[in-house]
Design a protein around this ligand. Sequence first.
Ligand code: UDP
Length: 344
Amino acid sequence: MKILVTGGTGYIGSHTVVELQQQGHQVVIVDNLSNSRGEVIDAIAKITGIKPEFYQFDLTDAEKSKQFFKSQPDIDAIIHFAAYKAVGESMAEPLMYYRNNLDSLINILQGMKDNGISRIVFSSSCTVYGQPDELPVKETSPVKEAWSPYGNTKQMSEQILKFACDAYALQVIALRYFNPVGAHESAQIGELPMGVPNNLVPYITQTAIGIRPRLMVFGNDYSTPDGTPVRDYLHVVDLAKAHVTAVERLQTEAQKMPYEVFNLGTGTGYSVLEVIRAFERVSGLKLNFKITARRPGDIEKVWADTSFANSELGWKAVYGLDDMMRSAWKWEQALMQQKLPGRY
Ligand code: UDP
């Protein structure tokens, strides 16, 4: 297939492009590089030997988006990653989040409608569940009132997709990710947070390498085994492979329903302290960390029921927590060699 990957130079996008190319698909990337680097295109080519076609523009620009779709009449499917993703930033700048995440989706759907493209895989999130009443979380668990504008854009995007799917006879798969971490084993691509990281694993690796003085663990008074919050961490390469499986499911018309939703996680929850211990185990280092107050907006615990993704999508995560931490550490060390601006 010829597959348009929006946000293809980003963290999950770049890993997905690699897996798509390795399965023989042709990839076209659209990214505005607002939170990623153009060098990722060369890094992808180093891994796969194929330089993906790349267009730099903003998908919220309706006119540019229209022209782009007109110029690409043979796109078979779309995987849509391009979006803002920082929960805290979305609290401070809600309009920026609604405008960016919703306008781009609407322009893409318009492009699909105008050009007869019917298949789309959408990058959703477990944040749509909030703090679920029952664990593990199933796809049928209720979508709770959003805790942040970011989470709300994912909920709204899913609804927009559902109605567009019905009205325009689309084939849609929404993938609700839990916590993607780790990096490609080649250490050519990985997570590249701009400035101070919000997420746990890049904060751990940046602390270990000396960019940050110490990690703050946000609260140890939760009702979890060691008091720190529990999440379902998932290797980004496993996650990338799920996108290949999903888009091929659309191609082979294996869907049971035109609009499907899958949870993507390992099904196992780990606490913040367990993640730190795994990092220390694989790196042989002692991490400098301190317990501090809870971070506002954090939920206590969440992990996925992956049985539907396993049985129906035919996908299962294979990497464990140690693999995730080992690859994240290898990537951090490789990044250090590059001396990139904006990381310190
Ligand atoms: N966390 C932490 N210190 C940090 C960043 C994160 O203790 O500097 C904790 C956070 O409270 C949460 C877990 O690590 O329990 C995962 O946070 P992250 O931001 O990576 O993902 P989230 O689950 O919030 O989307």
